[in-house]
Design a protein around this ligand. Structure first.
Ligand SMILES: [Zn+2]
Length: 77
């Protein structure tokens, strides 16, 4: 199974995360996020990503495009 099937790579720690787990990943599990303020700003960015995740779930965006948006939003590219 391709690992692009149901998830993206976390822009911070590069681990593969299923889309339905990505919010909780940023909130609790991301090893690259060490401070409360880092987590808080990533939850704000996650809200931006969420609208793109909805586009993806409607088939308007490929997982590759979603990954690019994630990298852009989280890493400021
Ligand atoms: Zn992470």
């Amino acid at each position: 199974m391709a690992d692009s099937a149901g998830g993206i790579k976390c822009p911070h720690c590069k681990s593969s995360v299923a889309l339905d787990r990505i919010g909780v990943h940023f909130q609790k599990f991301c090893s690259a996020m060490r401070t409360d303020s880092a987590r808080e700003s990533s939850m704000k960015k996650f809200n931006q990503l969420y609208t793109h995740m909805q586009s993806h779930s409607r088939g308007e965006m490929t997982i590759e495009e979603l990954q690019k948006e994630a990298d852009r939003i989280f890493l400021g590219r």
